[in-house]
Design a protein around this ligand. Structure first.
Ligand code: NAD
Ligand code: UDP
Length: 312
């Protein structure tokens, strides 16, 4: 049995990770300040004596004895990370420093939830890990993008200077049950709008693309990454290479919900990436991993979840 700390454990991805690692017989501690996460995401785990909740902000130092740390604490939806950009940068950067300092002190292995946003609005398509990215350092997304880029640099430096055992996962757009209904991300927005019979809000003309990964595939990928030999640090892309335009996504959501909602077009946010698709050759080779769940299958599961949550 390992003792595992998950920062951001009450969030969308964190709650699935807590659930999985507990089911595999580990002791799990969730650390969260509940900025975008919720106790309701993990309430079903509270009866498990091997699960603990800690209310804490990763920007403040924290001490605990664990074997592994998954550092997920950070708002991930553009509306949430732009709400207080300074706090987002502090969460990524000071959170990484605090968790890496802890990992160094207790000799724990640590995984960073990095992001495809380190590639910015990419000029290379699909994006391999060797691509340095195309990020606007002063734009509205920079608090998130540059915070995550700095965190990657901190991870590499702690590894090289202090031999901390690190793993960097560059996570691409992930969706599934327990996304917050008002989270603002495209999959949850479209499903909630469709189920409520409201207009589906496409930003721009809907030709921009994303590659959507179902949360169970992501959890498999990051656990496999954590279990790799110490020589494998990443960064490694963890995403589904099936690429869709946002308009195609809207049409699928309308079809699978059977909704009568109409599509409306709204202004495209500044610096919204025009295309995104992971090159997952490295993950296939080093993790023996690739996503299994097609968008259609994942959407059906996510729609079922939102129907229950919204009591429809
Ligand atoms: P989320 O917003 O649901 O979860 C983030 C969690 O971190 C929440 O529970 C929140 O309360 C907590 N948190 C935020 N700031 C904190 C702080 N200062 N101290 C302690 N806890 C704090 O988002 P998610 O989609 O579950 O994302 C989890 C991680 O994965 C994030 O680091 C995100 O950047 C990364 N990621 C997610 C995606 C995606 O598509 N979902 C893609 C790339 C990377
Ligand atoms: N988007 C949209 N309508 C919405 C929410 C998002 O058209 O209601 C678009 C958004 O402009 C972007 C894409 O969907 O092009 C993905 O947005 P999301 O916020 O989910 O993630 P990110 O931009 O970080 O990939």
């Amino acid at each position: 049995m390992k003792r595992i700390l998950i920062t951001g454990g009450a969030g969308f991805i964190g709650s699935h990770l807590c659930e999985r690692l507990l089911s595999e017989g580990n002791e799990v501690i969730s650390l969260d300040n509940y900025f975008t996460g919720a106790k309701s995401n993990i309430v079903h785990l509270l009866d498990n004596p091997y699960f603990e909740l800690i209310r804490h902000d990763v920007t403040m130092p924290f001490f605990i004895e664990v074997d592994e740390i998954y550092n997920l604490a950070c708002p991930a939806s553009p509306i949430h990370y732009q709400y207080n950009g300074i706090k987002t940068i502090k969460t990524s950067v000071m959170g990484a420093i605090n968790m890496l300092g802890l990992a160094k002190r207790i000799k724990a292995k640590i995984l960073q939830a990095s992001t495809s946003e380190v590639y910015g609005d990419p000029k290379i398509h699909p994006q391999p890990e060797t691509y340095w990215g195309h990020v606007n350092p002063i734009g509205p997304r920079s608090c998130y993008d540059e915070g995550k880029r700095c965190a990657e640099s901190l991870f590499i430096n702690y590894h090289e200077q202090n031999n901390v055992r690190i793993k960097i996962a560059r996570i691409f757009n992930t969706y599934g049950p327990r996304m917050h209904p008002n989270d603002g991300r495209v999959v949850s927005n479209f499903i909630v709008q469709a189920l409520n019979g409201k207009n589906i809000t496409i930003y721009g003309d809907g030709s921009q693309t994303r590659s959507f990964q179902y949360v169970d595939d992501l959890i498999n990928g990051i656990i496999k990454l954590m279990e790799t030999p110490d020589s494998i640090t990443g960064p490694i892309n963890v995403g589904n290479p099936d690429e869709f335009s946002i308009k195609e996504l809207a049409e699928k959501v309308i079809e699978f919900t059977g909704s009568k909602s109409k599509i409306t077009f709204e202004p495209l946010p500044t610096d919204d990436p025009t295309q995104r698709k992971p090159d997952i050759s490295k993950a296939k080779e080093l993790l023996k991993w690739e996503p299994k769940i097609k968008l259609e299958e994942g959407l059906v599961k996510t729609i079922e979840y939102f129907k229950k949550t919204l009591s429809l």
